[in-house]
Ligand binder design. Sequence first.
Ligand code: GDP
Length: 210
Amino acid sequence: MRVFKAEFVKSAIKPEHYPKLNLPEIAFAGRSNVGKSSLINSLLGRKGLVKVSKSPGKTQALNFFTVNDSLSFVDMPGYGFASVPEKLRQSWGHMVENYLKSRAELQAVIALLDCRRIPNDDDLNLLGWLSEFGIPAIPVFTKIDKIPKTHRLRELKEPKKVLAEVFGGTAPHTVMYSALSGEGKKELWHAISKAAGGGKRSLPPDDVEG
Ligand code: GDP
């Protein structure tokens, strides 16, 4: 995918503030420090479009971007800061759940997992929500350059086993990505393009809380 234009549109928390883009949308989610900003910047071939955030609780909004005027990307705030107070945790959950439930344009969520960590409850909760709302998940192991190719089968065995539990017993295909080397970039773009062709989702009938 040749990215000739990538633009930040706006940050929003509540559904009434989401931009009306009418483009197929792909969201990116993962634990803080999973490599989400680096991955989005690497996909877009831009160095600083998505700011690498260091302080917990600062980026508690959904950040909307457009790509080539034909696709929209949403950077969801990282979850799982150990030090985050319960109140912030709840507002994160509320915002994310509202977004997942109400955004008909959303075609898939790229679920980022650090290849050297076992998926934890926060990761599994997010995957559980996606399945509950019928949103396709595209799981990605980030920072894959940290595991030499010959060790991957062994080192990814346990994370895959844990993932399998939320995917009905079979580990899903997981893209291996390195923002450093560019490994996985072609494959992830392919998965994004495929997911983006899905058309609008039909939403559940229940109301969305503001
Ligand atoms: P975010 O908090 O999820 O947005 O994560 P960042 O993109 O800020 O990355 C967190 C840390 O991981 C930074 O120190 C990055 O340099 C590092 N990092 C991100 N992606 C990669 C990668 O593909 N390979 C390696 N080795 N390090 C990475």
